[in-house]
Design a binder for this molecule. Structure first.
Ligand SMILES: [Zn+2]
Length: 236
């Protein structure tokens, strides 16, 4: 990988481990970061379990999902998710794709995933659901090419999270720390929303409450990051 900021690569590696430790990814799922020096490139590990990623596994791609010249390692099949979103959203510098379990029921029932508490204010008025059948007919559900990636990016729109029916979800952020936070609290919100729905009608955050709490939490992203990082480093 050429001339990428080593701190960013280190953070990307740690982010892979955190997402595993916090139950967002398992053997599958991935996180990328936009190249800090070249906005038309992004960094993503080769096809492997996120918990095992090291700096040497990080590859560089253009926004169409082509690996840097000469890098013949096997890439993730669904790398098109990342490139398509970076193309559509100049404000996005990190993307997480996962199959985190508590989110799946919301994608298949059309039940809107909405912010149940202040930690997930970034969900705004609710996460849109990507219907791959509308974009690609009958598929194996995977984002295998740029056309499907672009369709997913359109569903995401200006939002922070989109659900993918029968598959998983995608979270985006302005930084690695923000997207890790969002991916973890998307999973948490899904779990809590499911529990609350058994008790009765949910009073969700109003759009303005969601906006204000999301802005507040963006000022303290460092705090949970240091904790999550300590936890994965202690288990090395
Ligand atoms: Zn997937």
């Amino acid at each position: 990988m050429s001339a990428a900021n080593p701190t960013l690569v280190d953070d990307l590696v740690v982010a892979n481990h955190i997402l595993y430790a916090e139950g967002v990814v398992d053997g599958f799922g991935h996180i990328s970061a936009r190249h800090p020096g070249r906005s038309d490139r992004f960094l993503l590990a080769r096809s492997m379990a996120p918990a095992l990623v090291t700096a040497g596994d990080v590859m560089e791609f253009d926004l169409d999902g082509n690996a840097a010249a000469g890098d013949a390692r096997r890439p993730y099949l669904e790398r098109f998710i990342h490139g398509a979103i970076y193309k559509a959203r100049a404000d996005v510098h990190a993307v997480v794709h996962s199959h985190s379990p508590s989110v799946i029921p919301f994608g298949v029932t059309g039940g809107s995933l909405r912010p149940i508490y202040h930690m997930s204010g970034f969900l705004g008025v609710g996460a849109p659901i990507f219907e791959i059948r509308s974009a690609g007919g009958m598929t194996d559900m995977l984002i295998r090419d740029n056309a499907l990636g672009d369709a997913l990016a359109r569903t995401l729109g200006r939002g922070a999270v989109a659900l993918m029916r029968g598959h998983g979800s995608v979270a985006v952020g302005a930084s690695i720390k923000q997207v890790v936070y969002r991916a973890i609290y998307t999973e948490m919100n899904a779990r809590l929303q499911m529990e609350a729905s058994r008790l009765g009608t949910i009073e969700f955050l109003a759009p303005e409450e969601a906006r204000l709490s999301a802005a507040m939490n963006d000022t303290v992203l460092e705090r949970p990051w240091e904790l999550w990082k300590r936890k994965v480093e202690a288990h090395k």
